[in-house]
Design a protein around this ligand. Structure first.
Ligand code: DCP
Ligand code: MG
Length: 363
């Protein structure tokens, strides 16, 4: 690590069971109950966006079909998502972050990196700032968040997941290497299911195993990402918190000559649109985790539905089947559709490292 003892102070905040907690907050009937946001009653179709912690005890998870969720827990309550409310809450959280720093990099509605190396209120301690942010989210929004605190983005993000819900984990410079050595390979940023399987076939299960390989070895097996693994396993991640990172998306949409009423026709059109989106992703060499479906009805009302998958998406079948699931999750009865669109966003974070100003320690 940095021998001069100067480190950045990075906080990663991630809301707990975000959509579900908001629904439980706003509707007392849902409190302490297994609820799944998204999906449809009795598991007739659609996918679960997220589940309350009570529902997770039964094994219900994000991106699971509501059919499966219903099988796991027949008492689960399916709740229709209210995306506008989630967006509003997301803005409220961001305002809280802004009291401490302007260096905020949102990763999605419910999570963000904050660089508090120098904070607006001169609090100085990243742990104290994280505590205050959690407290403000609790007091003002009646929700809980988990925080990870470290000297870089990678470790802060993993740390926020360790004591969920309502957790706070600090991993200081002296603990980073040990922590990275014990980390299972699937937890490494950018390691998808396929890469994790490849690693395991090679006998690489943890950070300690990865650490035995030289940089050229890692590059040979895993390409550019291999170089990133080499650094990250040693606790080196110089990527800056980027407050103005563009949120990019690639997509396609089509307005129909005649409104669509029949689901089969909608599926056909979705497939055509999927093919175009797939070609565009290929062309720009992009993979993203989030798929958004846009629907415009005959009365020009527009709705969007989105879901984030565990892995980066760039294959046609996943684009089509996920978009179809999202469509099936909407009410199609007696609906006439003028336009359908699919877009992919949440692209892979830039793996190349960036140097940034590093100030004095005191986490
Ligand atoms: N989401 C989604 N599809 C997914 C994953 C998540 O639509 N496959 C939505 C619903 C979540 C929100 O994004 O509430 C935030 O995602 P997280 O992965 O942070 O999950 P939660 O906040 O729900 O739970 P956790 O407490 O594990 O963070
Ligand atoms: Mg969350």
């Amino acid at each position: 690590m940095n021998s001069t003892g100067v480190y950045r102070k990075i906080i990663h905040i991630d809301m707990d069971a975000f959509y579900a907690s908001i629904e439980q907050r706003d509707n007392p009937d849902y409190r302490n109950k297994p609820i799944a946001v998204g999906g449809s009653p009795e598991g007739r179709g659609g996918v679960v966006a997220t589940a309350s912690y009570e529902a997770r005890k039964y094994g219900i998870r994000s991106a699971m079909s509501s059919k499966k969720a219903f099988q796991l827990c027949p008492d689960v309550i399916f709740v229709r998502p209210r995306f506008e409310v989630y967006k509003q809450v997301s803005q409220q959280i961001r305002k809280i972050f802004c009291r401490y720093t302007d260096l905020i990099e949102p990763l999605s509605l419910d999570e963000a990196f904050l660089d508090v190396t120098s904070d607006k209120q001169n609090i100085g301690s990243a742990i104290e700032i994280a505590k205050q942010i959690k407290q403000a989210i609790n007091d003002e929004l009646h929700l809980t968040a988990s925080a990870g605190i470290s000297i870089n983005k990678f470790v802060a993000k993993i740390a926020s997941d360790i004591n969920k819900p309502d957790g706070m984990t600090f991993i200081g410079p002296s603990r980073i290497e040990k922590f990275m050595e014990s980390l299972p390979v699937e937890k490494f940023f950018g390691v998808g299911k396929v890469t994790a399987e490849k690693m395991k076939r090679m006998g690489l299960h943890t950070g300690a195993d990865l650490k035995k390989l030289t940089e050229p070895d890692l590059f040979r097996h895993f390409g550019k990402s291999g170089k990133f693994y080499y650094r990250i396993v040693r606790g080196i991640d110089e990527r800056a918190v980027q407050p103005h990172r563009e949120s990019k998306s690639v997509g396609a949409e089509d307005t129909f000559q005649h409104d669509l009423k029949n689901p089969e026709d909608m599926y056909d059109e979705l497939r055509k649109i999927s093919v175009i989106v797939h070609e565009r992703l290929r062309k720009h060499n992009l993979k993203g985790r989030t798929i958004t479906l846009k629907i415009k009805y005959h009365n020009f009302k527009i709705i969007t539905r989105s879901i984030s998958l565990a892995d980066q998406i760039d294959d046609l079948e996943t684009i089509y089947t996920t978009a179809k699931k999202l469509l099936d999750g909407t009410d199609l009865v007696e609906k006439r559709i003028r336009l359908l669109g699919i877009s992919i966003s949440n692209f892979r974070m830039e793996l190349s490292s960036q140097t940034s100003d590093q100030l004095t320690l005191g986490l």
